[in-house]
Design a protein around this ligand. Structure first.
Ligand code: HEC
Length: 292
């Protein structure tokens, strides 16, 4: 542990780059954000950022591509599709819910809040009279993540197209998300930006750190770690074991720095998702994808 802390404080010192000014417009933020990574990784093309650490490391990429040839999430997507059809979820969405994920999250004028795909799926389930508690449909994994993964799958190849509404309330939500991203937190006193900007491409506890650019394109993800954990808990493996939503990942990353995670679909995480996803505008969706 001590060793890790020393490594972390060394990393933090290296990461002393100033965050972009709080006053900058979202489009200026996006430009600066992108320019930072382009300078850091001159060989990596914009679209390749969708592949996380595999955009940076050829050996890991090779193993990952082999895995993607027989994707472990395929059966899970099939389950997601069946649930989507069973509950007639298409009727709640534009274009029958097909190929629309790249517009999420969005600013909902009615509630004056950021709205995520998972929220819209849950609202639709309720509208259809599904007892989500009895059906064991929670926010972070399992069935909801599978439905979301199916919807993501139908949106593959569409460029992330998040619109930051120019109203004051929306701009405030965006700024809160941006602040979360750059603010140091937890006992380790580290920000998302410390790991996923300033130290992207470096190792931490045996993990290569991914760039935040492109982070959101492949969610929900299918993680081997989650699949193993769930299977061990149940004593058998199932097709949905590896799935997790963006907010499940946020919680895990908050915990890594020993900060108390926020609840999935809390306003805090939705605002973070608003900022975080907007930063990847233009990068094509490729979810779900396999990760460690
Ligand atoms: C102490 C370092 C650290 C901090 C701080 C941290 N993360 Fe992570 N994060 C990791 C590691 C390690 C991984 C797994 C390897 C990778 O893909 O980067 C990861 C993975 C991720 C992934 C998945 C990447 C992919 O390609 O699927 C996302 C998204 C993410 N982090 C977002 C965040 C956000 C948002 C924050 C701030 C709330 C944050 N992280 C804070 C270490 C960190």
């Amino acid at each position: 542990m001590k060793k890790f802390l020393i490594a972390v404080s060394a990393l933090t010192m290296l990461g002393g780059v100033a965050m972009s000014s709080a006053q900058a417009s979202p489009s200026e933020d996006l430009k600066q954000f992108r320019a930072y990574f382009f300078k850091k990784f001159p060989g990596v093309k914009l679209q390749d950022y969708a592949n996380g650490i595999y955009a940076l490391d050829a050996t890991r990429r090779f193993e990952w591509e082999a895995m993607e040839e027989f994707p472990p999430y395929e059966d899970g997507i099939e389950v997601g599709k069946k649930l989507f059809e069973k509950y007639d979820l298409g009727s709640c969405f534009k274009n029958g819910g097909i190929g629309i994920k790249h517009h999420y999250p969005y600013w909902d004028k009615k509630t004056q809040k950021v709205r995520t795909l998972e929220q819209d799926i849950m609202a639709c389930l309720k509208k259809k009279g599904v007892d989500t508690k009895a059906a064991k449909i929670g926010w972070k994994k399992g069935k909801l993540a599978a439905i979301s993964a199916y919807m993501a799958y139908t949106s593959r190849g569409k460029p992330t197209s998040v619109v930051i509404d120019s109203s004051d309330a929306s701009m405030a939500a965006y700024t809160r998300g941006k602040t979360h991203f750059y603010a140091k937190r937890g006992q380790l006193n580290m920000a998302c930006a410390d790991c996923h900007m300033y130290n992207a491409g470096m190792m931490i506890r045996g993990n290569l750190l991914s760039p935040a650019l492109g982070h959101t394109t492949h969610f929900p993800v299918w993680r081997r770690k989650w699949a193993k954990k769930t299977a061990a808990k149940k004593g058998k493996s199932g097709p949905l074991d590896g799935f997790g939503t963006m907010h499940r990942r946020y919680g895990g990353c908050n915990k890594q720095v020993r900060a108390k995670p926020f609840k999935a679909q809390s306003e805090e995480y939705r605002d973070l998702e608003y900022f975080h996803t907007y930063m990847s505008n233009g990068i094509k969706l490729n979810g779900p994808a396999v990760r460690q």
